[in-house]
Design a binder for this molecule. Structure first.
Ligand SMILES: Cc1cc2nc3c(=O)[nH]c(=O)nc-3n(C[C@H](O)[C@H](O)[C@H](O)COP(=O)(O)O)c2cc1C
Length: 172
């Protein structure tokens, strides 16, 4: 199996992280892979906001948990969070942002960095507190949260992938 396929098949979502930060050069390569995701009409409608400071990650974690009506840390202690937004004035912003998320997670894994898609970016950044953060980051309200890509190093062995479901592939 080639290295690309190995990455695609072996990447797993990680839900427990060491404190160790992802080095800047590795992060740069992960983000570059995000920038090269395909996008509708090549319009590159997504934006990635990189959050590495503990206070902001804690704030976003609290806001994310609040959407679910609970506590805990939905970001699982990951030291880096990349929030992917989509420009809703573009027809394919959800698809574009989702592909960026996929590129980030797979590129991360290929570089030995663990990740997980954390949901509820949309809801978090529709709140007043979320909108204030977006303003700070220079994003207008046309941007909608697509997903949070948490990045770091697992403090546990990687989980096994579930069996693939029957009927995943239909040959017409
Ligand atoms: C759209 C989307 C939303 C997700 N949201 C969460 C989430 O909020 N929290 C979480 O722990 N995992 C989340 N995940 C990760 C999935 O649970 C995970 O991809 C799935 O269980 C398959 O495991 P794998 O990624 O290791 O193959 C999300 C994944 C996707 C694609």
């Amino acid at each position: 199996m080639n290295e690309t396929l190995k990455t695609l098949l072996e990447r797993r979502s990680v839900r427990s992280y060491k404190e160790e930060q992802v080095p800047e050069e590795i992060l740069r390569q992960i983000l570059e892979a995000g920038e090269y995701a395909p996008s509708g009409m090549g319009l590159q409608s997504a934006v990635m906001v990189v959050v590495r400071d503990k206070d902001t990650i804690e704030q976003m974690s609290r806001m994310n948990a609040a959407v679910m009506g609970g506590g805990g840390d939905p970001f699982y202690g990951a030291p880096t969070v990349v929030v992917v937004f989509g420009d809703s004035t573009r027809g394919t912003y959800v698809e574009d942002g989702s592909l960026v998320m996929g590129n980030l997670m797979n590129a991360a894994f290929s570089l030995g960095v663990d990740s997980c898609w954390i949901n509820r970016a949309k809801e978090v950044f529709l709140t007043d507190e979320g909108k204030a953060l977006m303003k700070q980051w220079g994003l207008g309200e046309e941007y909608i949260g697509i997903g949070n890509c948490i990045l770091g190093y697992s403090d546990q062995p990687l989980p096994q992938a579930k069996e693939r479901k029957e009927g995943y592939i239909i040959r017409a």
